[in-house]
Design a protein around this ligand. Structure first.
Ligand SMILES: Cc1cc2nc3c(=O)[nH]c(=O)nc-3n(C[C@H](O)[C@H](O)[C@H](O)COP(=O)(O)OP(=O)(O)OC[C@H]3O[C@@H](n4cnc5c(N)ncnc54)[C@H](O)[C@@H]3O)c2cc1C
Length: 408
């Protein structure tokens, strides 16, 4: 019999797999239930800031991730129309405790999955759609579509923005909110681009009226990732897999920086997707009995701060430490440690929409002058809005001190 409380994680995304690995490293034998038949190469690039990377370092994954990612030099702002560089914020000036990495979501997911399966080849169960949850005080039972039921001491809801676990915990009948933004995401091969179009090795950011574009390298510089956002209300499909037409993308950015337009026109149509951006308001109850929410299930946010995955990674670390501590109030402690921080980050991501997408040329010009001055003369002040997020570091792992039980 297992000497630890049993744990089921619903969802094998970034948050769920990070939590599985963190629990394994504390001596647990968690089971991950994933509704998909297989974990495929979905998504595109992610910017992983030092706070998230500090967890992945503690989990022993840093070198594997560095080998698959790309280390940008900093943030480079570019005028949306002229293409002229407007500000450079080098990361070297910010004294990060861990790397700032750009990586393909599929590469991060694969590194996590490999580590999880090396510890326990039977940890992941695919084609398991969790349909219902029954709380039994100090345990919970999950009902699986066309299948069995499964009982555990802890259920960790890492099932994303449309979380079934959230419905059970929060009970507010709220649907995710369409934010009025649509993101085009795609990849280009660097060697397919003329040298004059190859972007600088930074996170390159164009902020224009009602939209913005971020472009950066992945896989050691082999691939170029773009996220191109426009405010628009007439298209609301949300899926990693909704193919997009290159013609529509180019139409949306026709009057932007000519070099940017030219670069986008080289995108590989097969890798180009359109994604309607949804979020939710912060919640104050993150758990019900032994069912706890992490990642997008707890705090889906606009990607304009590049923190969705990072917050899920932080959640996974904090929760696994608290569960391992054996504290009776682990879930309440978790909520206390995470709710305020994540709500601030959700709000700041919404604020970035206004900051990035100003329609007034005067306000945009003022914003860019301030950004340029601060980045040149006081990089710490330039990064003040986000530095408190990046400064968060994973505390060392706790060892288990709870009671004995097993998966039913
Ligand atoms: C355009 C865009 C750009 C982004 N850029 C960044 C960035 O640069 N940096 C960053 O940190 N974040 C970024 N994000 C956010 C980031 O992608 C998400 O926050 C993160 O992937 C969420 O991970 P998760 O594990 O919580 O949820 P998900 O990745 O949604 O995983 C949930 C999993 O649960 C499974 N599931 C759902 N329901 C059930 C069920 N009932 N039963 C069983 N399984 C179920 C799903 O199949 C899925 O595998 C971006 C997002 C977008 C849209």
């Amino acid at each position: 019999m297992d000497a630890h409380p049993s744990a089921i994680i619903v969802g094998a995304g970034i948050a769920g797999l990070t939590c599985a690995l963190a629990l394994q490293q504390r001596g647990f034998k968690p089971v991950v239930l994933e509704q998909s038949h297989a974990l495929k190469e979905i998504g595109a690039g992610l910017q992983l800031s030092p706070n998230g990377m500090s967890v992945l370092r503690q989990l022993g994954l840093e070198s594997a991730l560095l080998a698959k990612g790309f280390l940008p030099e900093g943030i480079r702002s570019v005028n949306w129309r002229s293409g002229q560089e407007s500000a450079l914020l080098p990361f070297s000036a910010l004294n990060f405790h861990s790397p700032y990495l750009h990586i393909h979501r599929a590469d991060l997911q694969q590194v996590l999955l490999d580590a999880v399966l090396t510890n326990d080849a039977s940890c992941l169960r695919t084609s398991q759609h969790v349909e219902a949850i029954i709380s039994e005080g100090d345990a919970a039972t999950l009902m699986i579509r066309h299948g069995d039921s499964l009982t555990a001491d802890w259920v960790i809801g890492a099932d994303g923005i449309h979380s079934r676990c959230r419905d059970y915990v929060v009970r507010d009948n709220q649907l995710p909110r369409f934010t009025g933004n649509v993101a085009w995401r795609g990849l280009l091969r660097r060697d397919a681009l003329p040298e004059s179009l190859q972007p600088a090795p930074w996170a390159n950011l164009w902020m224009g009226p009602g939209g913005h574009v971020v472009i950066y390298y992945l896989r050691g510089g082999e691939l170029i990732n773009f996220v191109a956002v426009r405010e628009q209300n007439d298209w609301q499909e949300e899926s990693w897999n909704a193919p997009a037409s290159l013609r529509d993308l180019l139409h949306d950015f026709a009057d932007w920086d000519p070099a940017l337009f030219e670069l986008l026109s080289h995108a590989e149509p097969k890798t180009c997707y359109r994604w309607a951006l949804f979020d939710r308001d912060p919640i104050s109850n993150w758990y019900r009995d032994r069912i706890v929410l992490i990642g997008d299930a707890a705090h889906p946010m606009l990607p304009f701060l590049a923190q969705g995955a990072a917050m899920g990674i932080e959640d996974a670390w904090v929760l696994s430490n608290l569960i391992a501590s054996g504290r009776a109030d682990a879930a309440a402690q978790f909520q206390q440690q995470r709710a305020e921080r994540c709500a601030r980050v959700q709000q700041l991501a919404r604020d970035n929409m206004k900051l990035f997408h100003h329609h007034s040329p005067l306000i945009r010009a003022g914003r860019d002058v301030v950004a340029r001055g601060l980045a040149a003369f006081n990089p710490t002040a330039a990064a003040r809005r986000v530095k408190w997020i990046y400064d968060w570091q994973a505390e060392p792992a706790q060892s288990f001190s709870g009671e004995q039980s097993g998966l039913a």
